[in-house]
Design a binder for this molecule. Structure first.
Ligand SMILES: *Cc1c(COP(=O)(O)O)cnc(C)c1O
Length: 366
């Protein structure tokens, strides 16, 4: 058996007629630039007033911070364990990323947020990492108390909910990535921001397009960060399936939970109360991680690590002089976590095989 980490090809085969037809239309209309065809549909799915498309999820984070006026001298709270875009874009606007350690769910540790707040702290970027919703009710109340803006990084959490409410609808702005491997993925780079605030929406729209909505009228300097027509077309086709695909991910996670439950050497994903998990990644904790990854690979099973080095310990942030005891949980987790194959088309047979291979690995160890 050969089981990839993600399988974009088998999904393409299912939607090929729709994709090919949509692409043909773009060629005919030469509508190459702009994601407006997608924006309304995505806003409707989220029940939100505005969706502004852009070139990728990293730009979405950068543009959201620009729109909120974050700048040099400001501090922005970000989790220690996330993809570097979350903190990189804080530096990009000239502000300083201030890392907060993770909890046992791999999410920003809410109990450690307030000790990191200073007079310079202007915003917080919770990340619904791996697809699990952060406790947004607590984030909102901390943000209110300290007058912080909230940008939700929803790059991994399309359609996940906290207490029944969609992630991305709690903060001032939420950002999405549609990188091909994300739960909702384009066939290239793409991203978006959503907000209920009319003023922010207009600012975001201008920012993506050189500070301009009306041709040749530039109210300020922005950037060139537009979704292209092909990506919008792909996303529109996929939107029809995203709910079904999300359910399939959750069913696959349940199967993993079931088949892996008897292996005492690994720790399965825990889901916090009221939080929904849409399983962008299915992450377990294990000793002998590198050996297990190799054993799986020898048996045709791909896996990954998200992420092997938590951001405070990354060379890119060496100038912040962070130490291990500031982020004990992130430090502990970075040597234990690994991600098993996860995509909607993964079969029960695949999951059974992966689980029995892991079991075999540990019984060989005894
Ligand atoms: C993928 C990702 C991003 C960046 O998205 P791109 O579209 O690749 O720029 C940002 N934050 C998180 C948590 C991500 O996983």
């Amino acid at each position: 058996m050969n089981i990839p980490f993600v399988d974009l090809k088998s999904q393409y085969k299912v939607i090929k007629p729709e994709i090919d037809q949509a692409f043909e239309k773009i060629f005919e209309n030469t509508a190459f630039i702009g994601g407006s065809a997608f924006e309304g549909n995505y806003a409707e799915l989220y029940g939100i007033n505005h969706c502004i498309s852009c070139a990728n999820g990293t730009d979405a984070l950068y543009l959201a911070q620009r729109a909120l006026g974050l700048k040099e001298g400001d501090e922005v709270l970000v989790p220690a364990n996330t993809w570097i875009s979350t903190s990189e874009t804080v530096s990009q606007v000239g502000a300083k990323p201030v890392f907060v350690d993770c909890d046992s769910n791999y999410l920003i540790d809410i109990s450690k947020i307030e000790e990191k707040i200073s007079t310079k702290t202007k915003a917080i970027i919770p990340v619904h990492l791996y697809g699990q919703a952060v406790n947004m009710e607590n984030i909102v109340s901390i943000a209110k108390k300290h007058n912080l803006k909230i940008i939700e990084d929803c790059a991994q959490s399309h359609l996940s909910r906290y207490n029944g409410k969609l992630t991305g609808t709690f903060g001032d702005i939420a950002t999405f990535s549609f990188y091909p491997g994300k739960n909702l993925g384009a066939y290239g780079d793409a991203g978006a921001m959503i907000t209920n605030n009319d003023e922010l929406a207009e600012k975001l729209r201008k920012l993506t397009n050189h500070g301009s909505i009306k041709k040749h009228i530039h109210d300020f300097e922005g950037v060139n960060s537009r979704m292209d027509g092909f990506q919008a077309a792909v996303l529109n086709v996929k939107l029809k399936y995203i709910q079904e695909w999300t359910k399939e991910r959750q069913e696959n996670a349940n199967l993993y939970n079931q088949y892996l439950s008897e292996i005492s050497e690994i720790i399965l994903p825990k889901i916090q109360d009221k939080s929904e998990h849409v399983y962008h990644l299915y992450v377990i904790q294990t000793d002998f991680r590198e050996e297990l990854i190799k054993y799986l690979s020898d048996n045709g099973i791909a896996s990954g690590i998200h992420y092997p080095t938590a951001l405070p310990f990354m060379t890119a942030y060496a100038h912040l002089n962070h130490t291990i005891d500031e982020f004990p949980v992130a430090y502990y987790q970075q040597s234990k976590i690994m991600s098993l194959p996860m995509f909607p088309e993964l079969t029960e047979e695949n999951i059974k095989f992966i689980s029995s291979t892991i079991k075999q690995f540990y019984s060989n160890k005894k």
